[in-house]
Design a binder for this molecule. Sequence first.
Ligand code: HEC
Ligand code: HEC
Ligand code: HEC
Ligand code: HEC
Ligand code: HEC
Ligand code: HEC
Ligand code: HEC
Ligand code: HEC
Ligand code: HEC
Length: 423
Amino acid sequence: MATLRIKVRPFVSARPVWLAGLIVLGACLSYGQTVNSCLDCHSAQPGRLEVTPEKFSQDIHSQKGLTCTSCHGGDSSSYDPDQAMSRKAGWKGKVDRKQIPQLCGSCHSNPALMRQYNPSLRTDQLDQYHTSVHGKLLAAGDSKVAVCTDCHSVHDLRPPSDPRSTVNPVNVAKTCSRCHSDAAYMKQYGIPTDQFAKYNTSVHYDAMVVRGDLSAPTCTTCHGNHGAAPPGVDKVQNVCATCHAFQAQMYAKSTHAKAFQDASLPGCVVCHSNHAIHLPSDAMLGTGPSGVCMRCHTAGDHCDRARADILDNLTRLDASIKDADQSLRLAESAGMEVSAARLSQDQARDSLTKARVTIHTFQAALVNEDVQAGMKIADANLKAGQDAMVERNHRRIGLGICLIAIAMMLVGLWLYIKKLESK
Ligand code: HEC
Ligand code: HEC
Ligand code: HEC
Ligand code: HEC
Ligand code: HEC
Ligand code: HEC
Ligand code: HEC
Ligand code: HEC
Ligand code: HEC
């Protein structure tokens, strides 16, 4: 009871002093909780030692409540560098590149730990990494290959879904190119350094980066991200097949599939390339510089004849569709009703698209089936346009005759009136 009195008294009598004390105490307590000597000191360090609060606050680990010591160890409550960065306080020292996968894996390969934060997050990145060309070479002592932080960055590491992340699908190619386009850096390996430059000219780059179609592939879609090994020759077709199923099914049944496999040729890539995949056109079937068939076939053999036949069919259907289009446009601008025919032109175009897929059977007869279906529609539409013009001409002649008749009638009337007046 007495103690209570002693406490209450000053509260009543010396209120401002008490309040000030409380504020200082509160400040001290919250200061004690968030003090981070590592961040405070390193934000003022020069060059590569600098880690600022602005940068670190962007990091997913910081946002999830982890801090410098979660990865580096040490005592973040001490401003004495000898104490803060002492081995006794668990400081791990300068981070060696070769240790980085183990460091990241110490949490990310621990399902029990990771589940507390995000149950849907995979925990196989380190295992996968060990199977990749990067991981194998690192284990063999080559520290020039990519480790976790080369792809993910460090201290401002964002989840892949963040558009600013170095591993967001749109940014991946640039991240890989830091090494893979650097001819000097890659010199000792003797592999090409043109993947990024070529990929940048491809339909896939155009779809993903220019048109924002995230269903198009970037480097890691084809190569894997953690198991970053190139698909073996026999797996190349599988990569393309995951998205281009129709072409892949037809190709799989073709003579080429077997012939290419026997010759260890990489399937789709033989004709389309791997990184510089461009918009295909009928010219690929031609004998000009974009032609791909004559690289292997001889002029006049049965394969060349099939090639010429396919090309001829496609060209004819393409021309027929264009003729029909023009004829319908003409009829339309003459005010004739041809909307039904205009609409069915889409079906003819679909047949042409289908025929270009059927090419992957490399059988002229099958391509021709699609072409014939399109031809029937295009021919009918051409006729519809022509008929409409004939009809319009009939109407014009009819109208002309009517006008002449009316004019004659008016002249007759005028002459008649004149005659009456003169009387
Ligand atoms: C009072 C300033 C200060 C404090 C506090 C401090 N550091 Fe350092 N830290 C330094 C300086 C200076 C170096 C460079 C020392 C050297 O090159 O020998 C350094 C080096 C490092 C390095 C090695 C960098 C490298 O690759 O050479 C790491 C990692 C590091 N500090 C992390 C931490 C962590 C984690 C904490 C908190 C537990 C911390 N530091 C606290 C000043 C500080
Ligand atoms: C998610 C783990 C992680 C966290 C959290 C983390 N670091 Fe690091 N830090 C690393 C790794 C890994 C490296 C080595 C990077 C490399 O060599 O590519 C590193 C490197 C460093 C370096 C040396 C830079 C250099 O280029 O050699 C310093 C200094 C450092 N960290 C300080 C800090 C400070 C201060 C904090 C807290 C604000 C912090 N780190 C938080 C993982 C972390
Ligand atoms: C101390 C444990 C720990 C260490 C060490 C660690 N991480 Fe993390 N990491 C986490 C936690 C926890 C999350 C948050 C997961 C969540 O909530 O999505 C996370 C998130 C991530 C994410 C985002 C995942 C997502 O899609 O949400 C990436 C990427 C990542 N870490 C990479 C790394 C890399 C690279 C290293 C090594 C430099 C590393 N981490 C070291 C614990 C750790
Ligand atoms: C060659 C580049 C590369 C390396 C090396 C790499 N990553 Fe990744 N990582 C990626 C890409 C790309 C993604 C995004 C995948 C996506 O879009 O879903 C990713 C995603 C992640 C994620 C998010 C969850 C997931 O699996 O999709 C985590 C966590 C992660 N990486 C951790 C690591 C760790 C730990 C290491 C080192 C052992 C590492 N990464 C090495 C490229 C890399
Ligand atoms: C830090 C530099 C660096 C980064 C970043 C990097 N790589 Fe590599 N990568 C290498 C080195 C070095 C090799 C070894 C080359 C060799 O042995 O042929 C390699 C090998 C490869 C190989 C195997 C090549 C072969 O000839 O077998 C593939 C595939 C690959 N990287 C893909 C990627 C992808 C995809 C990315 C981005 C997600 C990436 N790399 C990021 C340095 C890097
Ligand atoms: C559409 C799938 C696809 C995309 C996207 C892709 N690659 Fe490839 N890449 C391949 C194929 C297929 C090979 C050949 C593999 C073989 O012959 O075994 C290859 C080969 C490679 C090689 C081995 C050396 C070479 O050039 O033959 C490297 C390194 C490589 N790619 C890196 C990259 C990088 C970096 C990117 C992104 C800029 C990328 N790839 C995008 C499919 C792709
Ligand atoms: C992750 C899915 C994916 C993978 C894997 C993939 N592609 Fe594509 N591909 C696309 C998308 C999406 C487009 C863009 C389609 C568009 O323009 O609407 C495209 C476009 C194309 C085109 C142009 C077709 C056109 O009419 O626009 C060709 C040719 C092509 N890819 C060939 C390949 C080859 C060969 C491979 C394997 C080396 C491959 N693709 C792997 C998704 C993929
Ligand atoms: C022997 C050469 C050859 C091979 C092998 C080949 N293609 Fe093609 N591909 C072509 C030609 C030629 C065209 C052009 C059609 C046109 O526009 O006339 C084409 C067109 C395409 C198109 C766009 C046209 C469309 O709408 O279908 C895609 C997508 C495509 N190929 C994907 C693939 C895939 C995936 C594979 C492997 C499963 C593959 N190709 C294998 C020669 C080939
Ligand atoms: C990389 C070499 C190569 C390329 C490129 C190539 N072919 Fe072939 N083609 C072959 C081989 C090998 C065979 C099987 C042996 C044979 O019949 O001559 C074959 C077979 C054929 C056949 C016979 C199919 C059958 O079922 O009997 C036709 C038709 C054919 N190719 C057309 C084409 C066309 C069209 C192109 C271009 C789009 C093309 N080829 C591109 C190598 C190639």
